[in-house]
Design a protein around this ligand. Structure first.
Ligand code: ASP
Length: 183
């Protein structure tokens, strides 16, 4: 079984609806507990690096994320970062430039909070782990896995503020797809 590290940073995927709006509050353990199917797929450890709305992510946070992957690089076969969607493309771009990795590094989030009807987070997280554990993902650089698409960090863009089909690579197209547990 592949050994994957999930690094949680916050975003809507970790959010609940509250009277004050959406706030990231699910821990990385709680996020994993939403997807028990992952146990069949790989061995997975998790670290809670921060729990922030990604509009507040700054360059210090980016350095922390890069250091987290680099510091544990030898211990894992792949890395999944849960992250808000608002600045996911910037974080992916930064990590693509700073983490020199043949091993898969996959960013994932959700457009709907964990408390929403038909929340997209659990399936997105499952697909991100499938992507991180896949042989086909090696040597592809940092990728974003959202709503069944796998997009390279250099071309991915958030194109819609509400639709679950928001990340696209208009100029280069998708690197791949995840469907029924396979890349
Ligand atoms: N504001 C949220 C964030 O970027 C939006 C999301 O995750 O979809 O953290």
């Amino acid at each position: 079984m592949k050994h994957i590290l999930m690094i949680a940073t916050g975003g809507t995927i970790a959010s609940k609806e509250t009277a004050d709006g959406l706030t990231p509050q699910l821990t990385s353990e709680e996020l994993l507990a939403e997807v028990p199917e992952l146990e069949q797929l790989c061995r997975i450890d998790t670290v809670q690096l921060m729990n922030r709305d990604s509009t507040n992510i700054n360059s210090r946070d980016w350095l922390q994320m890069a250091a987290c992957v680099r510091g544990r690089y030898d211990a894992y076969d792949g890395f999944v970062l849960t992250h808000g969607t608002d600045t996911m493309e910037e974080t992916a771009f930064f990590l693509n430039l700073t983490v020199k990795s043949d091993k898969p590094v996959v960013l994932v989030g959700a457009m709907r909070p964990s408390t929403a009807m038909s929340a997209d987070g659990p399936l997105n997280l499952y697909n991100a782990v499938v992507t991180a554990a896949a042989r086909e993902s090696r040597g592809k650089g940092v990728v974003i896995a959202m709503n069944g698409l796998i997009l390279g960090a250099h071309g991915a863009m958030k194109t819609n503020t509400v639709d679950v089909q928001t990340f696209q690579s208009p100029n280069s197209g998708a690197l791949g797809y995840v469907l029924n547990g396979k890349v």
